[in-house]
Every structure is written in structure tokens, then in C-alpha cells.
Design a protein around this ligand. Structure first.
Ligand code: COA
Length: 165
């Protein structure tokens, strides 16, 4: 049976750090479903459609990866997709408490699905979508931190100076 993992997140926007986790996750799982789920605590720069499109374009050459979206509980979605794992990347220590809390709640909701953490590559330890967006907003060079199409999209968005909900 195929080992399927869900890699959930907001992906606003996808970064090279996320792509690194997907590629390395494929050494463990047969198939990864990269899923945009709702984090009610966040306001987004890009619409859901834009985030999906950037993920599709960034991951199109990687086999055994699917992109999806779900509006509900992560563990309901994972069970629905027959996943055996949830894949998450851990960056600096500051991620730990939030990730630990989320993994424990998810385990309480469904004990049959395991959360698997991969250490983020050293290069991406201090990056995040927010910090990249902030640099882009003020004209900073973000080359190499996001796929070129995302870099372009960020430049366009900040030139328009608009935000999405
Ligand atoms: N490289 C670079 N940055 C990374 C990274 C990596 N490898 N891994 C994570 N990040 C960054 C992201 O860019 C993001 O940055 P930001 O906060 O500046 O936007 C941050 O780390 C974490 O975001 P992300 O991984 O996208 O997760 P999230 O916290 O936004 O998403 C959900 C959390 C969507 C998985 C969670 O809210 C969820 O499961 N929602 C569904 C509802 C549910 O089931 N809730 C109960 C859960 S207990």
C-alpha cells in the first residue's frame, strides 16, 4: 500500500524552504499531498487561487506530488485521503512549541496518523513567508529564497500595493 503524507500549510506564498521539505519528504513517503488549509489566525497576501497556482507551477516537475485545498480539520482531510502521515518542517527552536501543540492536538483527534518532522535545511532556518514578503515589500533582493515565478508575483503584488483576503 502507498504511504501517503499530507504537507499542510498556508503557503502564502510557497518558498524554496517548503519545496526542500517536499523533495526530502518523498524519500520517506510514496506520495505527498501539499494541501492549503485554513489557518484562521492569518490574513493573506495572495488569494487561495493564487497560492494554488504558485504551488502547481513550482511543483509541476516533481513526480508523486499532488496539490489540493481543504476547508476543515486537517485530520479529517488526512483520513479522507488515506494518509498515514502529516509532514511538517521544523526551523529554529521557536517553531517547536507551536508545532508540538498542533501535533499533540492532531494526535488526540486521530491516533492512527503520525506527524513527521523534518529539520529544515540550514539555508532556510531563518526564512518564512512573512519575512520574505516584508523584504519584497521594501524592494529587497529575495532571489533564491522563492521560485522565480513567486519572486515575480511578489514584485507585481507590491507594485500594485494590494492585499487579498
Ligand atoms: N521553509 C521556510 N519557511 C517555512 C518552512 C520551510 N521549510 N516551513 C514553514 N515555514 C514558514 C511558513 O512560510 C510560514 O511562515 P509565515 O507564518 O510567515 O506565513 C510559517 O513557517 C508556518 O506556516 P505554515 O507551515 O504555512 O503553517 P501555518 O501555521 O500557516 O498552517 C495549518 C497551519 C494550516 C497546517 C493549520 O492551521 C491547520 O491544520 N489548519 C486546519 C484546521 C485544523 O485542523 N486545525 C487544528 C490543528 S490543531
Amino acid at each position: 500500500m502507498q504511504k501517503i503524507a499530507i504537507y499542510p500549510g498556508s503557503f502564502d506564498p510557497v518558498t524554496n524552504g517548503h519545496l526542500d521539505i517536499v523533495k526530502r519528504g518523498l524519500d520517506i513517503f510514496d506520495r505527498i499531498i501539499v494541501a492549503i488549509l485554513t489557518n484562521p489566525g492569518k490574513a493573506f497576501l495572495f488569494t487561495l487561487e493564487e497560492r494554488l497556482d504558485m504551488l502547481h507551477q513550482s511543483l509541476q516537475e516533481i513526480p508523486n506530488v499532488e496539490i489540493d485545498t481543504f476547508d476543515g480539520l486537517l485530520m479529517d482531510y488526512a483520513a479522507q485521503r488515506n494518509a498515514c502521515g502529516i509532514l511538517r518542517g521544523l526551523r529554529a527552536m521557536s517553531d517547536f512549541e507551536y508545532e508540538f501543540q498542533m501535533a499533540l492536538m492532531n494526535r488526540r483527534l486521530n491516533r492512527e496518523i503520525q506527524t513527521v518532522f523534518l529539520m529544515t535545511g540550514l539555508k532556510w532556518i531563518y526564512t518564512s513567508s512573512s519575512i520574505i514578503k516584508q523584504a519584497a515589500q521594501f524592494g529587497g533582493n529575495i532571489e533564491g529564497m522563492v521560485p522565480p515565478l513567486v519572486e515575480e508575483k511578489l514584485k507585481q503584488r507590491y507594485a500594485q500595493n494590494t492585499t487579498a483576503k
